[in-house]
Design a protein around this ligand. Structure first.
Ligand SMILES: Nc1ncnc2c1ncn2[C@@H]1O[C@H](COP(=O)(O)OP(=O)(O)OP(=O)(O)O)[C@@H](O)[C@H]1O
Ligand SMILES: [Mg+2]
Length: 200
């Protein structure tokens, strides 16, 4: 199986592009060939890769734009394909949800973000694996604990690892990230959830 994984959330600015790029790095580091499909017409992931190259670095994976017709039929040669998505674009989100084998929903532990998690989950075809990744999240806060409880009570799968608010992440746009900021642990769990472990 060479899974295609959509990184979606109907809300903007929740860390979809950061999660796509960092997870792609983490999976590449773990020995997987990775492709990123940028389904966001804003082209943030594509721009990031391009700017990193202008700044003298190169992502160790391909990032290329993809539109709805391509989402339906494009083939992938990579072991793992990640799709970055736009916010608030139902037709693109539906096409990603249909094409993906599994979905990751990045969300910050804040009221509105969690409301959007529920509406995003409602747009996913029944039975397709989906898990929430809490981003910009500080596990020491009450808000974090309340958010986690709410998601758990609703039967939603959450990654064990959450991503802390980090200045290094904010500052990494336009560069090849030089740390994985917890996304290495997310990648390990993802590999496990999808039974993609390599024999060592
Ligand atoms: N864990 C984090 N710590 C600090 N800043 C973060 C973190 N995750 C994301 N950010 C910052 O938050 C902003 C939004 O992140 P990002 O672009 O990944 O969100 P998005 O969901 O892709 O947004 P859009 O919906 O516009 O595509 C960026 O400035 C990014 O650097
Ligand atoms: Mg984005």
């Amino acid at each position: 199986m060479s899974p295609i994984i959509g990184i979606i959330n109907a809300k903007g600015g929740v860390g979809k592009t950061v999660s796509t790029v960092y997870l792609a790095h983490a999976l590449t580091n773990a020995g997987y060939s990775v492709e990123v499909w940028d389904a966001d017409p804003q082209g943030s992931a594509t721009d990031w890769a391009f700017t990193a190259e202008e700044n003298g670095g190169e992502f160790p994976f391909e990032v290329s734009p993809v539109n709805v017709p391509q989402l339906k039929k494009r083939c992938t040669a990579a072991e793992v394909t990640l799709i970055d998505s736009p916010p608030l674009n139902e037709s693109i989100l539906n096409a990603i949800a249909q094409r993906s084998d599994a979905l990751i929903i990045p969300a910050a532990p804040a009221g509105l973000d969690i409301t959007r998690v529920f509406s995003t989950l409602a747009s996913i075809p029944e039975g397709k694996p989906a898990a929430v990744l809490l981003t910009s999240a500080d596990p020491r806060t009450v808000l974090f604990r309340e958010t986690k409880e709410l998601l758990e009570e609703s039967g939603i799968t959450i990654f064990d690892t959450s991503i802390r608010p980090k200045q290094s992440i904010r500052a990494s746009y336009g560069f090849v990230p030089d740390g994985l900021a917890g996304y290495d642990e997310v990648a390990t769990q993802l590999v496990h959830l999808l039974s993609l472990e390599k024999e060592s």
